[in-house]
Design a protein around this ligand. Structure first.
Ligand code: 5RP
Length: 218
């Protein structure tokens, strides 16, 4: 099976977690695109969605699903999103699509983070995938120097402006042995908006598309 088939299988399995008349938190990326496709026929059974990116909002609206402003929503049962890497402790690197800040905000609101992945995303140690860090434009060089002090090699993702009007530094060559601590340390650098470590608030449910079918770990 190819990677997309495995992503699709994980995304379809996540539909079982969608509650009648609920607002669904929806992430960003190719795995989530399959989830949105699966959600489309269910649109009359849900109230709508909140979305972590302009890209996903456009896909949701095209599927006939109402997109709510997060400020209008007090409570979210589930947030469904992919990951770039995930460990057995359900710590993740996210932000390959540049949507990490809105993803982290919606994940904070949701009662349950459901991570949908294909099996290539499972790792023992985070860091082979470059860690995305969203920065205020004027702080780019300063933040890059501080990230070097933390042992990484930041590379500016040139040409990308996030939905929030900021820039992304992708930090290479990190071997992340203590994800919660590194998440805290990077957040403390002035000019950092958010970093792609989702460790302090990891996933609650992981649905992995495998050759043997979707495997669910809760
Ligand atoms: C976007 C993300 C995505 O969840 C992550 O990049 C995985 O993407 P895909 O489902 O396309 O493999 O964090 O910012």
């Amino acid at each position: 099976m190819d990677q997309n088939t495995l992503k699709q299988a994980a995304a379809m399995a996540a539909l079982d977690y969608v509650q009648q008349d609920s607002i669904v938190g929806v992430g960003t990326g190719s795995t989530v695109a399959f989830f949105i496709q699966g959600l489309a026929p269910m649109r009359n059974r849900i109230r709508g969605a909140v979305s972590s990116s302009e890209d996903s909002s456009a896909k949701l609206k095209a599927a006939g699903i109402e997109v709510f402003d997060l400020n209008a929503v007090n409570q979210l049962d589930i947030y469904v999103d992919g990951a770039d890497e995930i460990t057995s402790h359900r710590h993740m690197i996210k932000g390959g699509g540049g949507a990490l800040t809105r993803e982290k905000i919606i994940a904070a609101v949701a009662s349950k983070f459901i991570c949908i992945i294909d099996e290539t995303k499972q790792v023992d140690i985070l860091g082979a995938f470059p860690l995305p860090v969203e920065v205020i434009p004027m702080a780019r060089s300063y933040v890059a120097r501080e990230l070097v002090r933390l042992g990484g090699q930041p590379v500016w993702r040139e040409g990308l402006v996030t939905d929030n009007g900021n820039l992304i530094l992708d930090v290479h060559n990190l071997k992340i042995l203590n994800p919660c601590e590194l998440e805290r340390q990077i957040n403390q650098i002035a000019g950092v908006v958010c970093n792609g470590l989702f460790a302090q608030r990891g996933a609650d449910v992981v649905i992995t598309g495998t050759e043997q079918g979707p495997q669910i770990s809760e």
